[in-house]
Design a protein. Structure first.
Length: 139
């Protein structure tokens, strides 16, 4: 699959994941008196679960992890999860102190973390399996 096609699929999944994240943030900050940062981190966790499921099924379908699905999930969480959670934890308090509403603050955090997340997913979480060496002995 071409990098451009994969990026398009990644973006579609990310936009839907963004909607998941923003719904969680909106519900927690309006229906319940939850702090914007805590609500945002809960939203990120919901989006991570959504995005992983769809990236496995669609974006990186050609790189199915098979039996190593738990290992791929751990790589996804240690790559994309770490970037998204740390980026959100760092940005949301700063933005909300500057009177940026929680939804808008989340959009900023998502945009900033998005490029790093694509690279991490492509090269780390859903990396291609190693190819057999041309110098390997024939059996």
């Amino acid at each position: 699959m071409s990098p451009r096609h994969r990026l398009a699929k990644f973006t579609i999944v990310a936009v839907i994941g963004m909607a998941v994240q923003l719904v969680v943030v909106a519900l927690l900050t309006t229906a319940l008196p939850v702090n914007a940062t805590v609500a945002s981190l809960a939203g990120v966790l919901a989006a991570l679960a959504h995005n992983f499921a769809w990236h496995v099924r669609w974006t990186w379908r050609d790189r199915r992890p098979g039996a190593s699905l738990p290992a791929a999930f751990v790589r996804f969480l240690t790559g994309n999860g770490l970037v998204s959670l740390s980026g959100t934890a760092a940005l949301i308090p700063v933005l909300t102190v500057a009177y940026v509403p929680p939804i808008a603050a989340n959009l900023v955090a998502i945009a900033i973390c998005g490029i790093a997340n694509f690279v991490l997913a492509d090269r780390y979480a859903f990396r291609s399996p190693p190819r057999a060496s041309a110098c390997a002995p024939a059996r």
